[in-house]
Design a protein. Structure first.
Length: 430
């Protein structure tokens, strides 16, 4: 049952982003207070991504449904005290339907005017028994109202041509354009997919001439879950390549025009060649270093995996074994869905660790060599247990406070968890 829960949640999560303001101060766990809250809206919610405004307002997206209805985008707004903002839509929460089929809100992109864009995937039909999905986007104001000037009546659908397209990550550019990264089908298998959009939701045809690009690792299912942008405007993308029927950790690097950077790995691609199935859910960049986390399945249990390399694809041989740390010293199943580099020597992972028959939402602090930071919580590990199955799905370090969202599931329904570590009597919110 545990593995069924984990796989079901991970399929929905797809990626959790890490948008944050870098702080170079040492994170001293003993100086922080912990607050958290759980919200039950009466049906199943899977929170997947969130963003924080300058006033520390929290915007959350994900996937939700009512009873047997198809899923819709989930929108939630909370204030800095971790309570629902009743001025937002329907008492702090709402559902949004892209079309009559299945809609999944996988990523949120908060803009300077407090409007926000949600990206994910939406079902547009069935072909030979297969459900068809496209990239889907919608834009909203700070009150949760759909902005009709975006795309076609507030919505954008991008079809890469075949049956299964999905946005798992979005990255904003200074000029208001943005990238949407995920997967698309080429008719035989899946590829990494990247599209670039203008602020109004139109495809930006300056990117690869058609506004989108796919990256194929070969005869395999390739899925991109996350990405980071370098100071040169290049994208480093992480996910999995299912070559040989076994998922492998995979990365690609493209330039601002959508072309593979040949100097990165082998012609712009890198695949980790260890034998256990594995994948990457999230990446972060600090300076010239890239950290990426996910998990491997060694057929006995899941192990958190973290790898480190620089923007040129050169592995840090001092990090773990050949640049990869596999947390087999955690004796139970463990998965990392998200990570954030707080500073150059403290990297925080978010996810879940099994506890007896259930799992706890967990945070794990490591240093830049892949070792546990024993100054954090209990020998580097913090667990949040509401009595059933919990998983943190996204994490942000913002204005010297640590935030995370997650899912509490008792199999019949899912509830939203909001979590915060903050210094007492100190607020850096405007």
């Amino acid at each position: 049952m545990y593995r069924l829960f984990s796989f079901a949640v991970l399929i929905l999560i797809l990626n959790t982003s890490c948008s944050f303001m870098k702080e170079q101060e040492v994170f001293n766990y003993d100086s922080y207070n912990i607050s958290h809250n759980k919200f039950d809206f009466g049906f199943y919610e899977v929170p997947q991504s969130f963003a924080i405004s300058k006033k520390c307002e929290i915007y959350i997206t994900g996937t939700t449904s009512k009873q047997d209805d198809p899923t819709d985008y989930l929108l939630i707004k909370m204030n800095k005290d971790l309570n629902l903002d009743n001025s937002f839509s329907q008492e702090g929460k709402t559902m949004f339907d892209i079309d009559a089929g299945i809609d999944e809100g996988n990523q949120i992109l908060l803009l300077d005017d407090q409007s926000f864009i949600i990206g994910g995937r939406s079902n547009h039909g069935v072909d030979l028994g297969m459900v068809l999905f496209d990239y889907s986007l919608a834009k909203f104001n700070s009150k949760g109202e759909n902005i009709k000037s975006f795309g076609e009546m507030g919505k954008v659908i991008t079809d890469f041509g075949y049956r299964d397209d999905a946005i798992n990550k979005m990255i904003l550019n200074k000029d208001g354009t943005f990238f949407a990264i995920g997967r698309s089908s080429n008719g035989k298998d899946d590829d990494f997919a990247v599209a670039k959009y203008k602020p109004n939701g139109d495809l930006d045809y300056s990117f690869n001439k058609i506004g989108r690009v796919t990256i194929d690792f070969g005869l395999s299912d390739d899925v991109a879950y996350s990405a980071v942008k370098t100071d040169k405007g290049e994208l480093i993308i992480g996910g999995s390549s299912n070559s040989g029927a076994t998922p492998k950790v995979a990365f690609a690097k493209i330039n601002a025009e959508g072309k593979l950077v040949d100097s990165f790995g082998q012609n712009g691609l890198m695949v980790w060649k260890f034998s256990p199935p594995g994948l990457i859910y999230d990446l972060d960049i600090i300076g010239q270093d890239i950290y990426a986390s996910g998990f491997i399945d060694n057929l006995v249990n899941f192990n958190i995996l973290v790898t480190k390399f620089d923007v040129d694809g050169i592995i840090d041989e001092d990090f773990g074994k050949r640049g990869t740390r596999i947390f087999s010293d955690i004796p139970t199943d463990s998965i990392s869905t998200s990570l954030v580099a707080i500073n150059e020597n403290q990297i925080l992972l978010a996810g879940t660790i099994k506890n007896n028959d259930n799992e706890d939402a967990s945070l794990i602090m490591i240093d830049n060599k892949g070792n546990f930071d024993n100054s954090f919580a209990d020998n580097g590990i913090y667990k949040l247990n509401y009595g059933k199955n919990e998983i943190f799905t996204d994490i942000i370090y913002f204005k010297d406070s640590l935030y995370s969202i997650g899912l509490h599931s008792d199999e019949d329904e899912g509830d939203v968890i909001i979590f915060k570590m903050h210094k007492s009597n100190i607020s850096r919110c405007d």
